[in-house]
Design a protein around this ligand. Structure first.
Ligand code: AMP
Ligand code: MN
Length: 339
């Protein structure tokens, strides 16, 4: 049984003609995939569609169908009968101004969603926002074309951390199964998304791992980067995508924090964790958000002033996570195989 709000969304879509789509600033695979899957579905219904994002997608998404449809800019004065916002707990997460005058359809899976739309569908249990977009597309009666399936799968593949995070359900695989039946090639998708690094990015990975700090007997890894490191490796901020997941491949490491210091002094903090270690709680203490195993925020002020406290909160979150998932001291998971 699908939630009643899905029918409300369908009614809102079917009774309108011109749509503007958006998602969060610094787009990731779920924001790109959710928006483009929705865009192709609206095309199929003969609707007019524009997409606006604050920032361009990372390079390795550029070859995916429809990326050239996304208009990039900090403001939009596009005319539309409805704005569909995907993947944003708050309208300000879009980083685009001029959007609040629209009839808004809000579709999101981030805890703490502010329900800022005229129609709001918030489902924290979705492993990716694209799972929700998939349900809307099916409820609209739009066939699952290869383009739509590709974007739905891209979003799931990336937002689950390539099927590592703890929010994966049978629904996730059911949608992936249908995507594969519609022509998605999982091996090609994985290679495209995860194995299309530049040599510069490999150098950056080396530099970051070389300077990685280990805290709390190796349970917490700390990565830090500034623009001089990027320049030395011939990289841009987009090349940092996915790097944060690498320390988690060490068995002992339960959580990773990545401090990215921008040229303007702004510090973006990204966090990832395993199992029950809840990094979203840490992010929400600093005005950010995300999910239990993937969260982030922006530091207001000097990093040195807040870094020790952030690290202490992460160490506490790791300890808390190990309490709810007791096991071997060195691993943070049961010695009995539960997988
Ligand atoms: P990132 O580390 O930037 O890839 O973000 C990890 C997760 O946290 C994603 O689901 C983001 O949407 C979410 N997130 C990051 N920063 C924020 C923020 N300032 N507010 C709310 N959610 C955030
Ligand atoms: Mn997402």
């Amino acid at each position: 049984m699908r939630p009643a709000v899905v029918d409300e969304i369908c009614d809102a879509i079917l009774s309108r003609r011109r749509f503007l789509l958006t998602s969060h600033a610094r787009p990731d695979g779920d924001s790109i995939g959710s928006q483009l899957a929705m865009a192709y579905a609206l095309d199929a219904l003969g609707r007019e569609v524009r997409i606006v994002n604050a920032d361009p997608a990372p390079d390795h998404y550029r070859e995916f169908p429809g990326l050239d449809r996304i208009e990039i800019g900090p403001h939009s004065d596009a005319d539309a009968d409805a704005l569909i916002v995907m993947e944003c707990s708050d309208l300000s997460r879009t980083g685009v101004t001029g959007l609040d005058r629209h009839f808004i359809i809000n579709i999101d899976h981030h805890a703490g969603n502010k329900m800022y739309g005229a129609v709001n569908w918030f489902d924290e249990s979705a492993a990716a926002c694209s799972e929700m977009v998939f349900d809307v597309i099916r409820a609209l009666g739009v066939p699952l074309t290869r383009e739509i399936a590709t974007h739905i799968y891209l979003a799931i593949l990336t937002d689950t951390g390539s099927f590592h995070h703890s929010n994966i359900t049978p629904r996730t695989f059911d949608i992936c199964r249908q995507a594969v039946e519609a022509g998605v090639n999982p091996a090609a998708m994985a290679r495209r998304v995860f194995d299309s690094n530049s040599f510069g990015k490999l150098k950056l990975i080396g530099a970051l791992l070389d300077s990685m700090e280990l805290i709390d007997d190796g349970r917490l890894a700390v990565l830090q980067m500034d623009d001089s490191m990027l320049q030395l490796c011939g990289c841009t901020h987009n090349d940092t995508e996915g790097v944060i997941n690498l320390p988690l491949t060490a068995r002992e490491i339960q959580a990773v924090v990545f401090f990215k210091i921008g040229a303007n002094g702004e510090v973006r903090v990204s966090m990832r964790s395993k199992y029950d270690v809840d990094v979203r709680m840490v992010a929400s203490g600093y005005g950010g958000g995300g999910h239990k195993n993937a969260a982030g925020f922006t530091v207001n002020g000097r990093l040195d002033d807040v870094r020790p406290e952030i690290v202490a909160r992460l160490v506490a979150a790791i300890q808390q996570g190990l309490v709810t998932r007791p096991g071997r001291k060195d691993e943070g998971r049961s010695s009995k195989f539960e997988g």
